[in-house]
Design a protein around this ligand. Structure first.
Ligand code: NAP
Length: 262
């Protein structure tokens, strides 16, 4: 019998790793930041507001025994992202994992959408992800190793029935293809880039009281008949961040309760 040298559970261990998570003050980014710490990583938590959510994330991470720093920065500000990576490495060590979850959503019929609404969303959801990847990859390319995970959406693959959000859908399709493009540019230099495309997920983005009717629609349209909880984004993110996915780059991982099958 061949000797088994692979310790499968250790593949998911993030001990000794340093992660940077944008959008870490709320929802999916917050839960993934905590999930990484639960798997052993120290985490730099970035969001545009430093009050409330972001300090809660850091407190929860410290509760796991891992280190956390908080960084107030807007992902549309390229130099702020460069500084964020520098600050992360100075405080925690070489950056090995990044999750870009900062994003916004809103809606308006395409024919009525003004340039400001279109541009603001594109600036955050697409240019912000690009600037984040640039800053993160510059550090990772120096180390010859790293994993970047961009939070896209199933809206980058399908059009959500009844939601008039052409700019959002286009931004997420852009994130998926941008991730594949960067994955190919950096494939020979040790830096992997993948995306996660969540389906409807219960976060402040879509659990506002005025969304109650829409939430029921989301649930009934999803094959699993429910929205995802933020906890269900942790496993996919740990997989893509860790050595468990060492042969995956340029992948878009749909985490959508089966939505895109129908
Ligand atoms: P969320 O709870 O609103 O969290 C997003 C976080 O990003 C917020 O703290 C937000 O701050 C922050 N942010 C927004 N713009 C920023 C900027 N310019 N610079 C820095 N931080 C910024 O939303 P979520 O549902 O967790 O969404 C996270 C990601 O998942 C987004 O990219 C979203 O498009 C994607 N996604 C969500 C769902 C879903 O159903 N929830 C489904 C598919 C994909 P503010 O609160 O100040 O805006």
């Amino acid at each position: 019998m061949t000797a088994i040298s692979l310790n499968a559970p250790a593949l998911f261990d993030l001990s000794g790793r340093v992660a940077l998570v944008t959008g870490a003050g709320s929802g999916i980014g917050q839960r993934i930041a905590l999930g990484f710490a639960q798997c052993g990583a120290d985490v730099a938590c970035l969001d545009r507001r430093t009050d409330g959510g972001l300090s809660d994330t850091a407190t929860m991470i410290e509760g796991t025994g891992r280190k956390a720093i908080t960084i107030g920065a807007d992902v549309t500000d390229r130099s702020a992202l460069d500084r964020a990576v520098e600050e992360t490495e100075a405080a925690l060590g070489p950056l090995g994992i990044a999750v870009n979850a900062a994003g916004i959503a809103n809606a308006n019929p395409a024919e009525d959408m003004d340039e400001g609404q279109y541009q603001t969303l594109m600036d955050i959801n697409m240019k912000g992800v690009f600037f984040s990847c640039q800053a993160e990859a510059r550090a990772m390319l120096k180390h010859g190793k790293g994993s970047i995970i961009n939070i896209a959406s199933m809206s980058g693959v399908i059009v959500n029935r009844g939601l008039m959000q052409v700019h959002y859908n286009a931004s997420k399709a852009g994130v998926i293809h941008m991730s594949k493009s960067m994955a190919m540019e950096w494939v020979a230099r040790g830096v992997r880039v993948n995306s996660i495309s969540p389906g409807y997920t219960a976060t402040p983005m879509n659990t506002r009281p005025e969304m109650v009717h829409q939430t029921k629609e989301f649930e009934s349209q999803t094959p699993m008949q429910r929205m995802a909880s933020v906890d269900e984004m942790v496993g996919p993110a740990v997989f893509l961040a860790s050595d468990a996915s060492s042969y995956c780059t340029g992948v878009d991982l749909l985490v959508d309760g089966g939505f895109c099958c129908w």
